[in-house]
Design a protein around this ligand. Structure first.
Ligand code: NAD
Length: 498
């Protein structure tokens, strides 16, 4: 394993190139306004990012449109497209250290986890590459002189707008299916984490994806994201981020050509633990991982622990013990497994939510304050609240930080009612060994994704998630899996009288 010294030396050598990648070239923004990116690890200034402009966006969309219309990528043999994408994934592996370092420096992600993210991103590219030659339509049974079938065609120019919490995997979840389907793409990374996306676009060209097919325009949401959303030559918007931004994009799409969208927004996921759970210690470790992993900055974080009264106290103590065992520290230290939040603003927001919860009457069992204050970074303690009212802000808002709220229940109906008492509906976890209970939960929970744990999760049993569609304010449209690939295609019906 690499050492802290190794990563510090590598970090000292990093030079950020924040120019857009348009038609395979680095292009400086026309904007002279900048956004200062502060290191979440120590509060130092990392760089000044140009906020971007509609002129930058217009150049990238024009490049994407031109390439799509020329058909060099869209009409390439799907098998060749697949092979090029597989080569792209290999290049991501070969450049893993550099890409992981960008993500770790920019958002404070512990370096070992950032490396894991890059393994995931390469895996996502390979997964969707395999769909390039498997975009099947259907054939109808008809009379002999009639042929009716459907075919799946690329949508055209895809605008992908993504957040910072998993910079490379979240970007890959958009660009990989979009590219596999033959689209051109303009990707806007978060202003908090631009560099890995920009480098990925360069690697795509190196792999053989024609310049102009995969473009990246960094900048802020109101400048770059908003301009992309209303651009008339964008055919589809794929978004991951907050519900507030999702709502703006929906309005923008409606006003500019009725663009179709896919929205993956906020969450407030329930982790329901029944009294027959196979192992309280494992359930505590799992609950801690679901809320403290990535410092709670995860859309499917298990923010609400809904636990049977008979085991509630034991489980809370188990989670608090796991929190105490976390190694909070410098993200560049390979031993660190809990880093800072991505920005000072995120830290202030999360601490503000904790303070408001105490005022509302929630019982602070652990954490609730700043950690490693002398570092100058944006560290927040892993936090556990008990005695939480289901309508309190801390129980309802998408805090996006390491803050667990605990609720007790006495029977399954109460557990379902608590879990469904949310405007979000991204995912849920259920610990039970009873098949009947599991089945009832799967059917009643209003979420896009349910994990049932009859046994402790096997960390080696990695499976790429099936496509799922969220409920409520968590968005709509499928992400991941076969169905998630099809989102990047349009269905054409063909009728031939022969
Ligand atoms: P955000 O909505 O502020 O930003 C997401 C992206 O949208 C960024 O690239 C941002 O620059 C851009 N953006 C912001 N304002 C815009 C505008 N007016 N027009 C166009 N684009 C704009 O979200 P965030 O703070 O980056 O990420 C955290 C949020 O994302 C949380 O709410 C979290 O739950 C959600 N999230 C959801 C998922 C999921 O899969 N459902 C995954 C990760 C994060």
């Amino acid at each position: 394993m690499s050492t802290l010294e190794h990563w510090r030396t590598r970090a000292g050598d990093v030079e950020f190139d924040l120019r857009a990648v348009i038609a395979g070239e680095r292009v400086a923004s026309v904007s002279d306004q900048t956004f200062e990116r502060i290191s979440p690890a120590d509060g130092s200034s990392l760089y000044a990012l140009p906020v971007g402009s509609s002129t930058d966006v217009a150049a990238a969309v024009a490049a994407a449109r031109q390439m799509f219309d020329l058909g060099h990528w869209a009409n390439m043999s799907p098998m060749v497209r697949k092979m090029i994408m597989l080569g792209f994934a290999d290049l991501v592996d070969a450049n893993q250290e550099q890409l992981a370092l960008y993500d770790s420096i920019e958002i404070g992600k512990p370096i070992a986890q950032a490396q894991g993210d890059l393994v995931g991103a390469a895996h996502i590219i390979r997964y969707f590459a395999e769909y390039a030659d498997k975009a099947f339509g259907k054939t109808a049974s008809t009379a002999p002189a009639l042929v009716q079938f459907t075919r799946r065609e690329p949508r055209g120019v895809v605008a992908a707008i993504v957040p910072w919490n998993y910079p490379a995997p979240n970007a890959a979840l958009k660009f990989a299916p979009a590219l596999a389907a033959g689209n051109s793409i303009v990707l806007k990374p978060s202003e908090l984490s631009s560099s890995s996306a920009l480098r990925l676009a360069e690697l795509a060209v190196e792999a053989g994806i024609p310049p102009g097919v995969f473009n990246v325009v960094p900048g802020t949401g109101p400048q770059v994201g908003a301009a992309l959303a209303v651009h008339p030559d964008v055919d589809f918007i794929a978004f991951t981020g907050s519900t507030a931004t999702g709502r703006r994009l929906l309005a923008a799409a409606g006003k500019s050509g009725l663009k179709p969208l896919q929205l993956e927004c906020g969450g407030k996921s329930a982790n329901i633990v029944f009294g027959d759970c196979s192992c309280i210690e494992a359930a505590a470790q799992d609950a801690a991982q679901r809320i403290f992993g990535n410092q709670g900055q995860l859309c499917v974080a298990g923010t609400r622990l809904i636990v049977h009264e008979s085991i509630k106290e034991a489980l809370i103590e188990g989670v608090i013990n796991c929190a105490a065992a976390l190694n909070i520290g410098d993200p560049l230290d390979p031993e660190t497994n809990f880093g800072p939040l991505a920005s000072q603003a995120r830290k202030d927001a999360v601490l503000g939510s904790c303070q408001a919860a105490v005022v509302e009457g929630a019982n602070l069992r652990s954490g609730g304050g700043e950690a490693l204050a002398s570092s100058g970074g944006s560290f927040v303690e892993p936090t556990v609240f008990d005695n939480v009212g289901p309508d309190m802000d801390i129980a309802q808002q998408d805090i996006f930080g390491p803050v667990l709220t605990v609720f007790g229940f006495s029977d399954a109906d109460e557990a379902v009612a608590l879990a469904n008492h949310s405007s979000y509906g991204l995912s849920a976890t259920v610990w039970t060994r009873d098949l009947g209970t599991a089945n009832a939960m799967v059917r009643q929970l209003r979420v896009g994704r349910v994990t049932v744990l009859a046994a402790p999760p096997d960390p080696s049993a990695f499976a790429f998630p099936m496509g799922a569609e969220p409920y409520g304010q968590s968005g709509f449209g499928v992400e991941s899996g076969t169905d998630g690939f099809e989102v990047y295609t349009r269905l054409k019906a063909v009728e031939m009288h022969v």
